[in-house]
Design a protein around this ligand. Structure first.
Ligand code: HEC
Length: 116
């Protein structure tokens, strides 16, 4: 995948030389793991529209990347489910948050796609 602005949005600053393989890692470190990560803000219902939008772009970018383990088609489905849930959150659809929390189960996703 080409290094687009979209991809870089997802990565921790300073990873300008990151390869496509690092897209998922960078996204995890920046938008999933930290206490103030976007995914956590969204889960708590504290994210602004712009923040939700930027997480959607990020998940779309990792969707295009290939995880170290698991089936690519299943990965794409998983990412798409997360994007769909985020769009519901953005549209203030009441089911969006619970769908997002389900899609954002760290361990469930890591068990299938993260490798060791
Ligand atoms: C949609 C699936 C998915 C979800 C949900 C997910 N992760 Fe990940 N995560 C991955 C994959 C795939 C990798 C492996 C990336 C690689 O090695 O290239 C990973 C790797 C990581 C890493 C290691 C990054 C590194 O430097 O190697 C951390 C830390 C991490 N995830 C944190 C989290 C946390 C915290 C959550 C929940 C809030 C979470 N992830 C939710 C798919 C997911």
């Amino acid at each position: 995948m080409k290094k687009t602005a979209l991809t870089l949005l997802c990565l921790a600053i300073g990873l300008a030389s990151a390869s496509a393989d690092d897209v998922i890692k960078g996204a995890m470190k920046k938008n999933f793991k930290p206490e103030d990560a976007l995914s956590k803000k969204v889960g708590k219902g504290e994210a602004s529209d712009a923040e939700i939008e930027s997480l959607i772009k990020c998940v779309q970018a990792i969707c295009a990347a290939t995880p170290p383990k698991g089936d690519k088609a299943a990965w794409v489905d998983k990412c798409k489910a997360m994007v769909a849930a985020l769009k519901k959150v953005q549209a203030k659809d009441a089911s969006g948050l619970s769908e997002f929390k389900k899609a954002n189960n760290c361990k469930a996703c890591h068990d299938v796609f993260k490798g060791k």
